[in-house]
Design a protein around this ligand. Structure first.
Ligand code: AP5
Ligand code: MG
Length: 210
């Protein structure tokens, strides 16, 4: 039997759990998940001049220029591990990106929604591993500097400062919501309530694929 190829975009405000749910869905559907933000942070980790340029844009909470985002994404989508489908979190974020995305098409757009207060609360407590970038939260008892199972250490993200979080949320309201409306007209959008535990949200998402 031919296996269906899923190309799933996860959208939603900052801290809605896009990255968290992308990972859980990746395990469930056995296809890779990756985020635009992480692709850009990977470039920063190389210490290249492009990485330095990206850091100076991302850290205060702004979007990198469309040319950089689309170029980085195109390179990732050409890798052979995505032949059986993929889950992408964080693209497109504005109309210019939607229009520039001519090299593939999503089969599903999942929109996770949470109120602004919840975004701020979650991002204020987020910690990420400095090696594997696994995400956790101080609410689970993990502290800055604790070891991740991979051997890395938990740190705060440079853009999880209150002003940067507010700027990112503002961009979502102003630019990204419009793109969701466009995908809605294409009939491929599934809205999911993001409050509740990660596993409760995951259960809501997998119902879409039954
Ligand atoms: P990106 O890394 O994508 O950040 P973001 O969009 O701001 O979203 P977040 O990663 O902050 O939130 P999330 O929804 O993934 O939440 P998470 O699962 O971590 O992008 C960063 C930057 O890169 C952008 O600001 C921009 O500069 C640049 N960029 C990215 N894409 C771009 C593009 N297309 N074009 C241009 N520039 C781009 O969860 C958050 C926290 O909550 C965690 O601590 C988690 O443990 C916890 N949590 C998750 N689910 C739950 C739950 N159900 N209950 C309680 N806690 C939970
Ligand atoms: Mg994320």
């Amino acid at each position: 039997m031919e296996q269906k190829i899923y190309k799933i975009f996860i959208m939603g405000p900052q801290g809605s759990g896009k990255g968290t749910q992308a990972e859980l869905l990746s395990e469930k559907l056995d296809i890779p998940a990756f985020s635009m933000g992480q692709l850009l942070r990977d470039e920063i980790s190389t210490g290249s001049p492009l990485g330095e340029q990206i850091a100076s844009i991302i850290n205060p909470g702004n979007l990198v220029p469309n040319t950089i985002a689309a170029a980085v994404l195109k390179i990732r989508l050409e890798k052979p591990d995505l032949k059986r489908g993929y889950i992408l979190d964080g693209f497109p974020r504005d109309r210019s990106q939607y229009e520039a995305f001519t090299f593939d098409k999503p089969t599903h757009v999942i929109v996770i929604d949470v109120p602004k207060e919840e975004s701020l609360r979650r991002l204020g407590g987020r910690l990420v591993c400095n090696i594997c970038w696994k995400t956790t939260n101080k609410e689970t008892g993990v502290k800055i500097g604790d070891h991740c199972p991979c051997g890395g250490k938990y740190i705060e993200r440079d853009d999880d400062k209150p002003e940067a979080i507010l700027r990112r949320l503002e961009i979502y309201e102003r630019e990204t919501k419009e793109i969701i409306e466009i995908y809605e007209k294409e009939g491929i959008v599934f809205f999911v309530a993001g409050l509740g535990t990660s596993s409760e949200v995951h259960d809501r998402i997998i119902k879409i694929f039954h």
